[in-house]
Design a protein around this ligand. Structure first.
Ligand SMILES: Cc1cc2nc3c(=O)[nH]c(=O)nc-3n(C[C@H](O)[C@H](O)[C@H](O)COP(=O)(O)O)c2cc1C
Length: 331
């Protein structure tokens, strides 16, 4: 199966099966401390931050999803880009590996004209560094998107569950370190739904990495998606569908490294209230993918509406916790 076909299959399964979203990121078990006397004028609450040198209306990123050759894929990415620009939030694209297999897929990643002023983040699988990819491919991914940074994603669970997946994750940190040293834009790392542990953060800090999207358990389950896509009778994907550290646990694991890292809370962020809770646990911003998929297939306006809901919820949460602004800036 080609990479483009596989990406389309993933999207079809995400739209079909509501249980792909595990709904267990644990934010419902966290309560922020309410201020009955916030001593603030709500209209003066400022949700903006600076990220990668650009101003965002609030600390939020539309997380990596897709790219490819199909009409739907191009539409999804263009709607996400236009909405990101209108709402002034960051946008990360899905894995660009597909464009190295089929050059026609580049079109789905040429998004700068739709999002001239917001941070765009390119994306490749880190494991590809063990399968022939190197600095040249990373630079090409950045160039096609005209990106402000590159995400290398980590997905060891997905690769072992996927039939014929790329399973050699040996010595990846050395390769990440070398790419980081040579790439002209910041190199950022993300998981894809299983989170990070203390040992991972330490390794990545040793590689010179500062930006990490924790993408923890509790939102989209790639193990479940791979199970749904597989044609064999193995149940491994279901056995591991709830594997990993939740987004909240992943943020707690980063506690000793707060000053060295810029943490993005991804994985199960389903509202601006979840975002505020994640930031109370040490994140500097948040990201979400799955909730925006259906909206992006529909229209730019549907994406804008959902982002605006997140922003309003986040602003109210700041107000009710007595915060006039977001204290975290990326400088
Ligand atoms: C349809 C879909 C496709 C995805 N494709 C990618 C990808 O290509 N690269 C990547 O790094 N993450 C990918 N992800 C993972 C997301 O970026 C995100 O880290 C994860 O889904 C957790 O966020 P969520 O719970 O809000 O969906 C994908 C997620 C979805 C839902």
């Amino acid at each position: 199966m080609s990479v483009a076909q596989r990406k389309d299959d993933h999207i079809a399964q995400c739209l079909k099966d509501p249980d792909v979203d595990r709904n267990q990121a644990c934010f419902d078990q966290i309560r922020l401390v309410h201020r009955a006397l916030p001593e603030l004028d709500f209209d003066q609450v400022d949700t903006s931050i600076t990220f990668l040198g650009k101003k965002l209306s609030f600390p939020f990123m539309l997380s990596s999803m897709t790219g490819g050759t199909s009409k739907e894929t191009i539409k999804i990415n263009q709607n996400l880009a236009k909405a990101a620009e209108e709402c002034k939030v960051a946008l990360a694209v899905g894995s660009q590996r597909v464009m190295f297999e089929d050059k026609k897929a580049e079109k789905s990643f040429r998004l700068r004209e739709f999002a001239p002023s917001v941070p765009l983040i390119a994306n490749l699988g880190a494991v590809q560094l063990n399968y022939g990819f190197g600095l040249k491919e990373c630079q090409k991914a950045v160039e096609v998107l005209d990106a402000d940074a590159l995400f290398l994603h980590l997905n060891p669970l997905q690769e072992v569950i996927q039939k014929g997946g790329d399973r050699n994750f040996e010595n990846l940190s050395d390769k990440i370190k070398s790419i980081r040293a040579k790439l002209e834009v910041p190199l950022m790392i993300k998981e894809t739904g299983c989170g990070f542990s203390k040992a991972d953060y330490q390794l990545l800090i040793n590689c010179g990495i500062r930006y990490i999207d924790v993408a923890g358990r509790g939102g989209t389950s790639w193990s479940r998606i791979e199970h749904l896509c597989s044609k064999d009778d193995s149940n491994l994907g279901l056995d591991f569908q709830d594997w990993g550290l939740t987004t909240a646990e992943s943020l707690q694991q980063a506690e000793p490294f707060r000053k060295q890292l810029f943490l993005i809370a991804g994985g199960g962020i389903r509202s601006g209230i979840d975002l505020a809770k994640a930031m109370s646990l040490g994140a500097s911003m948040g990201s979400a993918a799955l909730p925006f998929l259906k909206a992006a297939l529909e229209s730019k306006d549907a994406v804008v509406k959902l982002i605006e809901e997140y922003r309003e919820q986040f602003k109210i949460a700041l107000f009710l916790t007595g915060n006039k602004n977001v204290r975290m800036n990326d400088d």
